[in-house]
Design a protein around this ligand. Structure first.
Ligand SMILES: Nc1ncnc2c1ncn2[C@@H]1O[C@H](COP(=O)(O)OP(=O)(O)O)[C@@H](O)[C@H]1O
Ligand SMILES: [Mg+2]
Length: 217
Protein backbone atom coordinates (compact mmCIF):
# COMPACT_ATOMS: atom_id res chain seq x y z
CA UNK A 1 0.00 0.00 0.00
CA UNK A 2 1.22 3.46 -0.87
CA UNK A 3 0.58 4.71 2.68
CA UNK A 4 2.30 1.85 4.49
CA UNK A 5 5.34 2.93 6.52
CA UNK A 6 8.41 3.26 4.29
CA UNK A 7 11.04 0.64 5.08
CA UNK A 8 14.34 2.39 5.82
CA UNK A 9 15.83 0.30 8.64
CA UNK A 10 17.63 -1.96 6.19
CA UNK A 11 18.94 0.95 4.07
CA UNK A 12 22.07 3.03 4.47
CA UNK A 13 21.59 6.79 4.74
CA UNK A 14 22.97 8.69 1.73
CA UNK A 15 25.14 10.81 3.95
CA UNK A 16 26.07 11.43 7.53
CA UNK A 17 24.41 14.70 8.29
CA UNK A 18 24.58 16.56 11.58
CA UNK A 19 21.04 16.32 12.82
CA UNK A 20 19.09 14.02 10.51
CA UNK A 21 19.54 10.87 8.53
CA UNK A 22 19.01 11.55 4.83
CA UNK A 23 17.68 8.55 2.88
CA UNK A 24 16.67 8.10 -0.73
CA UNK A 25 13.03 7.03 -0.98
CA UNK A 26 13.10 3.32 -1.89
CA UNK A 27 10.46 3.91 -4.62
CA UNK A 28 11.86 7.04 -6.27
CA UNK A 29 15.25 8.72 -6.68
CA UNK A 30 13.37 12.04 -6.97
CA UNK A 31 12.52 11.93 -3.28
CA UNK A 32 14.52 12.03 -0.07
CA UNK A 33 13.34 11.27 3.44
CA UNK A 34 14.91 13.05 6.40
CA UNK A 35 14.55 11.33 9.76
CA UNK A 36 15.36 12.86 13.13
CA UNK A 37 18.53 11.50 14.67
CA UNK A 38 17.80 11.12 18.39
CA UNK A 39 20.51 12.51 20.64
CA UNK A 40 20.33 11.97 24.33
CA UNK A 41 23.51 13.29 25.87
CA UNK A 42 22.69 13.86 29.51
CA UNK A 43 20.02 11.16 29.67
CA UNK A 44 22.30 8.97 31.77
CA UNK A 45 22.16 11.61 34.47
CA UNK A 46 19.21 12.21 36.73
CA UNK A 47 17.29 15.37 37.46
CA UNK A 48 17.53 18.59 35.51
CA UNK A 49 20.10 17.61 32.91
CA UNK A 50 18.02 14.55 32.03
CA UNK A 51 14.92 16.70 31.73
CA UNK A 52 16.76 19.21 29.53
CA UNK A 53 18.21 16.48 27.30
CA UNK A 54 14.73 15.11 26.69
CA UNK A 55 13.21 18.53 26.06
CA UNK A 56 15.98 19.43 23.65
CA UNK A 57 15.63 16.23 21.66
CA UNK A 58 11.86 16.71 21.48
CA UNK A 59 12.34 20.30 20.33
CA UNK A 60 14.79 19.28 17.58
CA UNK A 61 12.42 16.53 16.42
CA UNK A 62 9.38 18.77 16.06
CA UNK A 63 11.12 21.86 14.70
CA UNK A 64 13.14 19.73 12.24
CA UNK A 65 9.85 18.92 10.55
CA UNK A 66 7.54 21.85 11.26
CA UNK A 67 9.83 24.78 10.49
CA UNK A 68 10.76 23.55 6.99
CA UNK A 69 7.18 22.70 6.16
CA UNK A 70 5.82 26.02 7.41
CA UNK A 71 8.27 28.14 5.45
CA UNK A 72 7.71 26.07 2.32
CA UNK A 73 3.95 26.62 2.66
CA UNK A 74 4.58 30.37 3.16
CA UNK A 75 6.79 30.52 0.07
CA UNK A 76 3.92 29.21 -2.08
CA UNK A 77 1.31 31.70 -0.84
CA UNK A 78 -0.72 33.31 -3.62
CA UNK A 79 -2.46 36.68 -3.41
CA UNK A 80 -4.90 38.14 -5.95
CA UNK A 81 -2.04 38.75 -8.38
CA UNK A 82 -0.54 35.30 -8.07
CA UNK A 83 2.49 34.21 -6.06
CA UNK A 84 3.59 36.83 -3.55
CA UNK A 85 7.29 35.99 -3.81
CA UNK A 86 7.80 34.73 -7.39
CA UNK A 87 11.58 35.38 -7.43
CA UNK A 88 12.21 32.99 -4.57
CA UNK A 89 9.97 30.12 -5.76
CA UNK A 90 12.59 28.27 -7.84
CA UNK A 91 15.10 28.55 -4.99
CA UNK A 92 13.14 26.69 -2.33
CA UNK A 93 13.32 22.97 -2.93
CA UNK A 94 9.84 21.48 -2.33
CA UNK A 95 8.92 19.88 0.97
CA UNK A 96 6.09 17.43 0.28
CA UNK A 97 5.06 16.59 3.83
CA UNK A 98 5.61 13.84 6.34
CA UNK A 99 5.76 10.07 5.92
CA UNK A 100 5.79 7.28 8.45
CA UNK A 101 8.86 5.09 8.29
CA UNK A 102 9.97 2.08 10.30
CA UNK A 103 12.58 4.26 12.05
CA UNK A 104 10.35 7.21 12.90
CA UNK A 105 8.45 10.02 11.24
CA UNK A 106 10.23 11.38 8.15
CA UNK A 107 10.15 14.63 6.21
CA UNK A 108 9.53 13.94 2.53
CA UNK A 109 11.41 16.34 0.25
CA UNK A 110 12.37 16.72 -3.38
CA UNK A 111 15.89 15.50 -4.17
CA UNK A 112 18.09 18.11 -5.85
CA UNK A 113 20.55 16.34 -8.15
CA UNK A 114 23.35 17.22 -10.55
CA UNK A 115 23.46 16.37 -14.25
CA UNK A 116 24.91 12.90 -13.46
CA UNK A 117 22.19 12.04 -10.97
CA UNK A 118 24.32 12.52 -7.85
CA UNK A 119 23.03 14.66 -5.00
CA UNK A 120 23.54 18.28 -6.02
CA UNK A 121 26.81 19.81 -4.77
CA UNK A 122 26.66 22.32 -1.91
CA UNK A 123 28.14 25.82 -2.12
CA UNK A 124 30.91 24.64 0.21
CA UNK A 125 31.77 21.75 -2.09
CA UNK A 126 31.75 23.94 -5.21
CA UNK A 127 34.01 26.48 -3.54
CA UNK A 128 36.43 23.80 -2.34
CA UNK A 129 36.61 22.35 -5.85
CA UNK A 130 37.12 25.78 -7.38
CA UNK A 131 33.93 25.23 -9.34
CA UNK A 132 32.27 28.57 -8.64
CA UNK A 133 32.29 30.31 -12.01
CA UNK A 134 31.50 34.03 -12.34
CA UNK A 135 28.03 33.07 -13.55
CA UNK A 136 27.44 30.90 -10.50
CA UNK A 137 28.55 33.69 -8.15
CA UNK A 138 26.07 36.02 -9.79
CA UNK A 139 23.29 33.45 -9.60
CA UNK A 140 23.96 32.82 -5.93
CA UNK A 141 24.02 36.50 -5.15
CA UNK A 142 20.66 36.95 -6.88
CA UNK A 143 19.20 34.18 -4.78
CA UNK A 144 20.50 35.79 -1.58
CA UNK A 145 18.91 39.08 -2.62
CA UNK A 146 15.61 37.35 -3.36
CA UNK A 147 15.73 35.84 0.13
CA UNK A 148 16.29 39.24 1.69
CA UNK A 149 13.34 40.61 -0.26
CA UNK A 150 10.86 38.10 1.19
CA UNK A 151 9.64 37.76 4.78
CA UNK A 152 10.65 34.08 4.84
CA UNK A 153 12.44 33.13 8.01
CA UNK A 154 15.93 31.72 7.91
CA UNK A 155 17.31 29.89 10.92
CA UNK A 156 20.59 28.70 9.44
CA UNK A 157 21.92 29.86 6.08
CA UNK A 158 25.16 27.91 5.93
CA UNK A 159 27.08 26.81 2.84
CA UNK A 160 25.84 23.24 3.10
CA UNK A 161 22.21 24.24 3.12
CA UNK A 162 22.40 25.70 -0.40
CA UNK A 163 23.04 23.31 -3.30
CA UNK A 164 23.33 23.74 -7.07
CA UNK A 165 20.38 21.86 -8.54
CA UNK A 166 20.91 20.41 -12.05
CA UNK A 167 24.62 21.34 -11.78
CA UNK A 168 26.24 20.91 -15.19
CA UNK A 169 23.02 21.54 -17.10
CA UNK A 170 21.94 24.76 -18.78
CA UNK A 171 19.14 25.21 -16.22
CA UNK A 172 21.34 24.80 -13.12
CA UNK A 173 20.32 27.02 -10.20
CA UNK A 174 20.86 27.30 -6.45
CA UNK A 175 18.22 25.98 -4.07
CA UNK A 176 17.80 26.01 -0.31
CA UNK A 177 17.44 22.48 1.03
CA UNK A 178 17.58 23.18 4.78
CA UNK A 179 17.79 26.04 7.25
CA UNK A 180 14.37 27.55 6.68
CA UNK A 181 12.34 28.58 9.69
CA UNK A 182 13.21 29.47 13.22
CA UNK A 183 15.48 27.30 15.34
CA UNK A 184 15.50 28.87 18.76
CA UNK A 185 13.45 27.82 21.79
CA UNK A 186 12.13 31.34 22.19
CA UNK A 187 10.69 32.34 18.80
CA UNK A 188 11.98 35.91 18.66
CA UNK A 189 12.11 35.88 14.86
CA UNK A 190 8.43 34.96 14.68
CA UNK A 191 7.45 37.45 17.35
CA UNK A 192 9.56 40.34 16.12
CA UNK A 193 9.86 41.02 12.41
CA UNK A 194 12.97 43.14 12.86
CA UNK A 195 14.82 40.29 14.60
CA UNK A 196 14.11 38.12 11.57
CA UNK A 197 15.27 40.78 9.13
CA UNK A 198 18.43 41.48 11.12
CA UNK A 199 19.31 37.81 11.40
CA UNK A 200 18.74 37.26 7.70
CA UNK A 201 20.81 40.29 6.74
CA UNK A 202 23.64 39.00 8.95
CA UNK A 203 23.54 35.56 7.28
CA UNK A 204 23.54 37.09 3.81
CA UNK A 205 26.35 39.52 4.68
CA UNK A 206 28.53 36.66 5.96
CA UNK A 207 27.89 34.61 2.85
CA UNK A 208 28.56 37.56 0.53
CA UNK A 209 31.82 38.34 2.34
CA UNK A 210 32.97 34.75 1.83
CA UNK A 211 32.09 34.81 -1.86
CA UNK A 212 33.72 38.20 -2.34
CA UNK A 213 36.84 36.86 -0.59
CA UNK A 214 37.01 34.01 -3.15
CA UNK A 215 36.77 36.40 -6.06
CA UNK A 216 39.40 38.78 -4.69
CA UNK A 217 41.78 36.00 -3.66
N1 LIG B 1 16.63 18.03 -0.92
C1 LIG B 1 17.94 17.76 -1.01
N2 LIG B 1 18.52 17.58 -2.22
C2 LIG B 1 19.85 17.33 -2.32
N3 LIG B 1 20.68 17.19 -1.28
C3 LIG B 1 20.17 17.35 -0.04
C4 LIG B 1 18.78 17.64 0.16
N4 LIG B 1 18.55 17.72 1.47
C5 LIG B 1 19.73 17.49 2.07
N5 LIG B 1 20.71 17.27 1.18
C6 LIG B 1 22.12 17.00 1.48
O1 LIG B 1 22.21 16.44 2.76
C7 LIG B 1 22.95 17.30 3.64
C8 LIG B 1 22.34 17.24 5.03
O2 LIG B 1 20.95 17.54 4.97
P1 LIG B 1 20.32 18.68 5.89
O3 LIG B 1 18.87 18.68 5.63
O4 LIG B 1 21.05 19.95 5.65
O5 LIG B 1 20.60 18.09 7.34
P2 LIG B 1 21.14 18.77 8.67
O6 LIG B 1 19.93 19.11 9.45
O7 LIG B 1 21.95 17.72 9.33
O8 LIG B 1 21.96 19.99 8.32
C9 LIG B 1 22.91 18.67 2.98
O9 LIG B 1 23.99 19.49 3.35
C10 LIG B 1 22.90 18.32 1.50
O10 LIG B 1 24.22 18.08 1.03
MG1 LIG C 1 21.83 21.40 6.94
Amino acid sequence: MILDPVQLADQTPLLNSKTRWVYEHPDSPDLLIKVHMPRYPGLAQAGMSRWFAQRKDHFLYTTGIMRELKQFVESRYQGPEGYCYPEILPHIEPVYGVVETDIGLGLLVSAARDSDGNLAPSVLRLRKRGAMSAKRYTQLDRMLQALLDTPLMIGDLNQENIVLKNAGRADEHFVLIDGLGERTWIPTQTLLGWVNRRRKRAFVATMRKRLQGDRNG
